[in-house]
Design a protein around this ligand. Structure first.
Ligand SMILES: Cc1ncc(COP(=O)(O)O)c(C=O)c1O
Length: 433
């Protein structure tokens, strides 16, 4: 075979693998990965635009290259829509991931050698908040929030003492395993009193915050809220920084974002972000309320099915997440693999009782309801999911075919304008300018 023909075969293989991914993960599985979501069809259709080919450094109207008029229009509207959702004064929407947004904050507000208080890994803290992650590029002086007996919540009385005693430069809230609200309202005044910056990493819960189904960190006293735009906020993969700081104070964040941490910023994801923001302004509150109701119901149903669901005495969860101790089934690694073999996708997760280094096969599973909610599932479906999980883990049955048949009923993205759209076959010819 000629080398070019060989390479073309490679291209066909790429197309086939992507087709298989779409057919499997997008349409056949019950996806319970808590950090993922699905774009509406109309948002996804815009991902392949010419925006993918262009550069637009700086801000709309103040770029370094010509020809960015249409990009400027989308980016400016996007910033306004995000500010409207989160009811805040400032929004940096150019960061390309939650980790990138976090890096901007570490650089702008912490800096080298800063003392920071954050959540430990077994308490659900994210790797970017640890010495090994992004924050570790600036400081290793990282203290951990004291925890209540349940391991998931901050001990407020001890945390107040810690802030007064240690005088950190930054206090950091937010986690990857986040079941309950963080005590921002209780601790922000103490932190502000000693001049500390109050930061909330809302990567996971951004959509619940925007949908008013969870705490509002900025209203409770946080200086900056960061987040991913693709977890509970159901948009493309990007990051945001939100704040009510005044323009002068915000300049530092703005400059660290660009040129400090970015040049171009993955422009092809901007139009889908704006579409998602408009969907969210129309339907976000209903969506977020249903996500949390579903998570509570999933926790209850799994508990009734005999699983060791975390925080059962606290109502399981106030977010999109449910944590389950699956030590009795060999731990999180074999349990998540067995579920995957039945087309139920989730991830292993450390629980507070796990030693910090127990990462390969921790005790827990973390389940999130946001994506299946977006596909229209309600409380009764959570009871069905709990039954599937019981049959796989407790009864060692194969339920993959039943899972696929169940999921077939939930194929369109709700809380979107997909039903208003012309079908791709009827799409109008591209306009000429
Ligand atoms: C609390 C927290 N912060 C930051 C991130 C990183 O976000 P991204 O994957 O968008 O970089 C995550 C990812 O799951 C997270 O859980």
């Amino acid at each position: 075979m000629e080398p070019a023909a060989l390479r073309e075969e490679g291209v066909r293989e790429v197309e086939e693998i992507v087709r298989r991914q779409d057919a499997w993960r997008l349409t056949r599985t019950i996806n319970l990965i808590a950090s993922e979501n699905a774009l509406s069809r109309r948002a996804r259709a815009l991902l392949g635009s010419d925006f993918n080919h262009r550069y637009a450094e700086g801000h709309p109207g103040a770029r370094y290259y010509q020809g960015t008029e249409h990009i400027d229009a989308i980016e400016a509207k996007c910033r306004e829509a995000i500010k409207e959702i989160f009811e805040c004064r400032q929004a940096e929407i150019r960061t390309i991931s939650g980790t990138n947004a976090n890096d901007v904050v570490w650089c702008a507000l912490a800096g080298h050698g800063a003392k920071v208080v954050a959540n430990a890994l077994p308490a659900g803290g994210h790797i970017s908040h640890q010495p090994l992650g992004g924050l570790g590029k600036f400081t290793t002086d990282i203290l951990h929030w004291p925890r209540l007996e349940d391991g998931f919540r901050v001990d407020v009385a001890k945390a107040k003492d810690l802030i007064v005693r240690e005088r950190p430069k930054v206090v950091l809230f937010g986690r990857s395993l986040i079941l309950f609200r963080e005590p921002v309202a209780e601790l922000a005044p103490v932190a502000r009193e000693i001049g500390a910056s109050v930061i909330y990493d809302g990567a996971h819960v951004l959509g619940l915050i925007g949908g008013k189904a969870f705490q509002d960190p900025l209203a409770e006293g946080a200086h900056v809220l960061m987040g991913s735009t693709h977890k509970t906020f159901p948009g493309p993969q990007r990051g945001v920084l939100l704040s009510n700081l005044d323009d002068e104070q915000w300049k530092k964040i703005d400059r660290v974002a660009f040129p400090g941490s970015l040049s171009n910023h993955h422009l092809m994801t901007l139009p889908p972000l704006l579409v998602t923001a408009y969907e969210f302004l129309a339907f976000g509150r209903d969506y977020a309320r249903q996500v949390v109701a579903n998570a509570k119901h999933l926790g209850r149903s799994l508990h009734q099915a005999g699983f060791a669901v975390a925080a059962a005495d606290l109502g399981y969860t106030e977010t999109h997440q449910v944590a389950v101790d699956v030590s009795a089934f060999g731990g999180g690694a074999p349990s998540s693999e067995r579920l995957k073999n039945n087309d139920i996708i989730c991830n292993r997760n450390q629980l507070p009782k796990d030693p910090p280094k127990k990462v390969g096969n921790p005790s827990g599973l973390r389940l999130g309801t946001q994506e299946m909610t977006r596909f229209g599932m309600k409380e009764r479906d959570m009871a069905d999911i709990a039954r599937f999980v019981r049959r796989v883990l407790k009864e060692a049955k194969y339920v993959g075919d039943d899972v696929v048949a169940f999921r077939r009923r939930y194929q369109s993205v709700h809380y979107s304008f997909d039903n208003e759209a012309a079908s791709p076959d009827e799409a109008p010819e591209p306009e000429t300018e």
